[in-house]
Write a protein that binds this ligand. Structure first.
Ligand code: SF4
Length: 881
């Protein structure tokens, strides 16, 4: 590789790069490569500099953040290393990047970058010709032309339709670096309609955590130093090697080294299972509730559960511990043993028919778990993403509560991997303080928010008629049909009338919510669609006007929150490429054109925001549990790194200089540190330190949750965790001759959600395939590598088949996040996007119920040719250079 590129030649090279293959070599991953070359930091320092660029992928809901260090010479990023300098111990491990993090040079410099402001050739505000979205050619326009056009479009849409006619496909302020002041612009103009009713990431855990266990379950999962106190780890799903990469799988490996056993229950032998599982139990996707209930049946039958724990800390297990007013025979025990509800004993044979796990295996599993005292029950978020998934959450928690011991070492339950809340910790300041920026006037006051996301609560809404927030799964169908909600709402189904959309916030909305084909239909029917993004991804391909913004590498330096035990420092790596601008600049320019004070849409300068991330960073001491200032910052450092900001010198635990030089600060942790157990205070004094549930105890029978879910109307659930087919067209038990297979969508090692799908080297390493079992492939005459057509009632996807023996028959998988690429003639997606297939099923508390969509797979005999992913050119705008 020629490392003598000048900055000028670098930009020119980047501009000229149209083919994907030209970038493959730029996935630098030092050390390695040419042995004759000295790649040490010391040697490279002489010619260029190593800068800090922590991986910004949201691969794991905040469980991982890894350090990347980028070697930049004359403004050209050439190599990437990771966290290699500090000692690597179990207590304080290195935060080493996975391949997705180390491929960031290729992502940032991808030919998919939007280089200039552009407009669709056949678009005008008077005659949008929306049917051409996604197929039209593009033309380059100046920033002034683009901003004038977008401002004119926004004004026209607000004048004509008002705020309720605009869909905002960018998240509201969620408090970290993923931030787009253009959302503030819409808020300042009167607001816009969001599709954030319910959780996108957290599945059905969010509502149940609040009502059943009294708070944010994420905060009560074990610290990684506590994980080794368990003798058995029972994981439902949890492919941590892909979705909580970084160190989670290594923590499990450490547990095994110290004698613990790991059992994984999962439809396939995942990468994590291959690495750490002692035992793998295949199960049909989305059917875990039946298995869990049968395990509880076995325990009740054998008397191998902790009755004393249940009597003391829980309500609802048996008839003697029910809340006042509960009906007769309505306890968990009644349901499981067949003395209540459907009067059916939930035997292993009953479960086998529903989940596919042989009855004898269930009996052996139940006995094995019961024979071990210290058990850690962990579960994937996706296991709850099924119709009425709250019932699975309830049954899973109930199983762990029956096993007992919660609040003491080795006894845990959780769904978000390990979290470092309970000991020495580091927090960074807020980049976008929620109180500083304008809120969406259309967001109704009074609805409960579960882990960032609101769901309607009509009894508590000040004005029940004010609820206007679409459930994401149903978003496109709601827009197409002109109504959303449920008949049981106080006003019945409500009207929605969308004519324009904004797609920004580094989110690929069309790609990442279900029912993509209807999404395309809805977007093509709109009057005006504009986007802000660094990349010409599948969502931006369907816009009318595109404004290029900078990647994280091109933004001002700042502190970045890690995994609660570390903070990372972000250097500005390169200047914005081509004509990219910051979102803040774009929003202010649009505001000015729309007659608004730019300060209203962007209340703080970029320097003020980045300064706040270091100024307000804190350190919690794991020995004293006292919080203090993290960083000593000198006045000259404020002046140099945050120009124009008014700030005062401060004293902290580490120096700002050390932070910048190392790129990472880690909380001091050691294995002899005392770490409070989750729920310890409640267990020690249940009366004095009650849980924040209605009863103050763990609620196996949870009336408030059932009330909340049933009043929203997406699902109907019982107060206990019953097995049910939550939707007649989704999940195990609903398969048909036409659609006999169950789809699930594990995370990919190639992407973090949709991020990185433009990286050719990762496309080559991890092709997007249809994973199918040997049994189902044979029945269809499909061989490994054959091109297959995956069909659901909602769309069609073409993919190569990966026939594997380690996948449960009856299920197929395709990994999440691939960018769709629709063949206009046939409507078939050549990109492999699972949301083309996914059912628009909202459930419970507004959960995306996408595990168990019904599909068929057949050998493809049509005329389309599917190139291997690595050879498929990255889509670039046609018509501009
Ligand atoms: S994708 Fe996740 S695990 Fe991989 S480098 Fe980035 S933050 Fe780390």
């Amino acid at each position: 590789m020629d490392t003598t590129l000048t900055r000028r030649s670098f930009v020119k090279w980047g501009t000229a790069t149209a083919g994907a293959a030209a970038l493959v070599g730029f996935t630098g991953c030092a050390p390695g490569g040419d042995k004759a070359e000295d790649t040490s930091e010391g040697a490279q320092q002489k010619a260029g500099e190593w800068l800090n660029a922590p991986c910004y992928n949201n691969c794991s809901c905040g469980s991982s953040r890894c350090l990347n260090r980028v070697y930049v010479e004359d403004g050209v990023p050439l190599k990437i290393r990771t966290d290699e300098e500090s000692e690597d111990t179990f207590a304080m491990p290195q935060r080493r990047s996975c391949l997705r993090g180390r491929a960031k040079i290729s992502e940032v410099l991808s030919p998919a970058r939007i280089k200039y402001p552009m407009k669709r050739k056949n678009f005008s505000l008077d005659n949008p010709q929306g049917e051409l979205r996604g197929k039209d050619e593009w033309e380059r326009i100046s920033w002034d032309e683009a901003l004038d056009l977008v401002a004119e479009g926004i004004k026209k849409m607000y004048d004509q339709y008002g705020p309720t006619g605009i869909l905002c496909g960018a998240s509201s302020n969620i408090g970290d670096g993923y931030y787009d002041q253009n959302v503030c612009l819409l808020n300042a103009l009167g607001g816009s309609v969001h599709a954030e009713a319910g959780t996108v990431s957290f599945g059905s855990w969010a509502v149940m955590d609040t009502h059943m266990i009294g708070g944010f379950g994420m905060s009560n999962t074990p610290h990684h130093l506590q994980l080794v106190t368990s003798d058995l780890h029972v994981l439902f799903g949890c492919n941590w090697a892909a979705n909580k990469a970084g160190n989670h799988t290594l923590y499990l490996e450490e547990c095994r080294k110290r004698g613990a056993k790991v059992i994984v229950i999962d439809p396939w032998l995942s990468q994590t299972s291959q690495m750490v599982a002692d035992e793998w139990i295949p199960i049909l996707p989305g059917s875990d509730t039946a298995l869990v209930i049968a395990i509880c049946y076995e325990w009740i039958n054998a008397g191998t559960y902790d009755q004393e724990f249940l009597d003391t800390y829980c309500i609802g297990f048996d008839g003697d511990h029910m809340p006042e007013g509960a009906p007769e025979n309505a306890s968990w025990k009644d349901y499981v043993m067949g003395t209540g509800y459907d009067m059916t004993p939930k035997t292993p044979e009953w479960a086998e028919k529903l989940c596919g796990v042989p009855a004898d295996t269930i009996r052996a599993l139940a006995a094995e778990i019961a024979s071990v005292d210290k058990v850690d029950f962990n579960c994937a978020q996706s296991a709850s993403k099924i119709p009425a998934g709250e019932q699975f959450v309830q049954s899973f928690y109930t199983m762990a509560l029956m096993h007992g011991g919660i609040g003491t070492p080795g006894h845990y339950f959780g769904w978000s991997g390990v979290k470092e809340f309970m000991s020495s910790g580091i927090g960074t300041g807020a980049y976008c303080p929620v109180t500083a920026d304008p809120a969406n006037p259309l967001a109704p006051a009074g609805s409960p928010v579960y882990m960032y996301y609101p769901i309607p609560s009509f009894p508590t809404l000040e004005d029940p008629d004010s609820w206007l927030n679409l459930e994401p799964s149903e978003c496109w169908r709601s827009i197409l049909s002109g109504e959303y909600g449920r008949d049981c709402w106080p006003t019945g189904k409500r009207k929605v009338d969308i004519h324009a959309a904004y797609f920004g916030g580094h989110m690929s909305t069309l790609n990442q919510i279900p029912d993509t084909m209807n999404g395309i239909k809805a977007v093509r029917a709109m009057d005006f669609v504009w986007g802000v993004n660094p990349f010409f991804d599948s969502t931006r391909q369907y816009c009318d006007v595109l404004l290029p913004c900078a990647t994280f590498w091109e933004k001002p330096n700042k502190a970045f929150g890690g995994d609660y035990a570390s903070a990372l420092w972000y250097d500005k790596i390169i200047d914005p490429l081509y004509e990219a601008k910051y979102e803040s600049w774009i929003a202010e320019e649009l505001a000015t054109r729309l007659g608004l004070d730019p300060k209203v849409v962007n209340t703080l300068s970029d320097a003020e925001r980045t300064y706040a991330t270091v100024r307000d960073a804190t350190y919690m001491d794991g020995a004293t549990f006292e919080s203090s200032t993290l960083l000593t910052i000198k006045q000259e450092e404020i002046d140099q790194f945050f120009p124009g900001v008014e700030g005062a010198p401060q004293e902290g635990k580490f120096t700002f200089q050390e932070f910048r030089e190392k790129g990472i600060l880690k909380a001091e942790l050691s294995e002899d540190l005392f770490i409070p157990e989750p729920y310890m205070a409640f267990i020690a004094d249940p009366e004095g330190s009650p849980l924040k549930t209605a009863s103050g105890k763990f609620e196996i029978y949870c009336e408030t949750a059932a009330y909340m879910i049933n009043s929203v109307g997406y699902s109907t659930i019982a107060p206990i965790g019953m097995y049910q087919i939550g939707d007649p067209e989704q999940g195990a038990g609903t398969q048909t001759d036409e659609y006999p297979l169950l789809l699930w969508t594990p995370h990919s090692l190639r992407r973090a959600h949709s991020v990185n799908d433009n990286v050719v080297s990762l496309r080559e390493a991890f092709p997007q395939e249809c994973f199918i079992s040997e049994v189902d492939a044979k029945a269809r005459g499909i061989k490994n590598g054959d091109i297959v057509l995956m069909t659901s009632p909602h769309g069609k996807v073409l993919r190569p088949a990966k026939v594997i023996p380690t996948l449960v028959p009856g299920a197929v998988a395709i990994q999440d996040g691939a960018w769709f690429q629709i063949d206009e003639e046939t409507g078939i997606d050549l990109g492999g996007c699972p949301n083309v297939l996914q059912a628009p099923k909202s459930s419970g508390g507004g959960c995306q119920a996408w595990t168990g969509t019904l599909v068929q797979v057949e050998k493809y005999t049509g005329d389309l040719t599917l190139e291997p992913d690595k050879n498929r050119p990255v889509v670039v705008p046609v018509g501009v250079e």
